[in-house]
Design a protein around this ligand. Sequence first.
Ligand SMILES: N[C@@H](CCC(=O)N[C@@H](CS)C(=O)NCC(=O)O)C(=O)O
Length: 235
Amino acid sequence: MPRLSAFPITQKWPAQNPDVIQLYSLPTPNGVKVSIALEELELPYEAHRVSFDTDDQMSPEFLSLNPNNKIPAIIDPHGPDDTPIGLFESGAILLYLAEKAGRLIPNDPIGRYETIQWVMFQVGGVGPMFGQFGHFYKYAADKVANNSYPVERYTKEARRLLGVLEGRLLDRQFIMGDEYTIADIAIFPWVRGLSNGYDAEETLRLSDFKVVNAWVKRCSERPASVKGLTVPAKN
Ligand SMILES: N[C@@H](CCC(=O)N[C@@H](CS)C(=O)NCC(=O)O)C(=O)O
């Protein structure tokens, strides 16, 4: 696998098929963005499981691809000009894959930037804020049992962001209108995770966001989402 041998991560997670995109991930809201996009685009790929149970993301091999020790990350052995490329940060990966395939992002410059704007809205807003909500509401609930402020703060912020989405989707099928794009793929797994992962329907009063809920259902039911949401499979 001459193209991949320059990437030390492939020593820990050897490629079975070194000619296809290598994905290093877990089925978290950030991880599934990339597997869903790969499925939508029908790009061949091989998924490797980065287990947090064994701190795989802190291994020297993983850090050689993403010094920020977070999934997802990819290597495309056939990158620009057929040169191998390694990438981390899900927003950058989504943009790369959409542009490689020429799909999931509008061709016209205004639509393209508008799509990127909503991807950034997820990466800079929805992801960090919902993630903090989940941390205090679910994973570190015992640590803040005597202090309601963290959950109150992130409940308020999560509901505010859901309100922004509700407004955007009021007269649109998808974030960009009729066209399904990487903006939907970036955002819907995080909204889905509020009920599916954090079990926070009641605290966040998610039933208030009817348009958003219908959109999450629409996105989740796509065959590529059904598949991508389970990648990488448990060993
Ligand atoms: N901004 C990053 C966030 C990635 C991220 O937070 N990944 C989490 C899982 S959802 C992770 O790998 N956490 C492991 C760690 O922090 O050690 C992206 O969008 O790719």
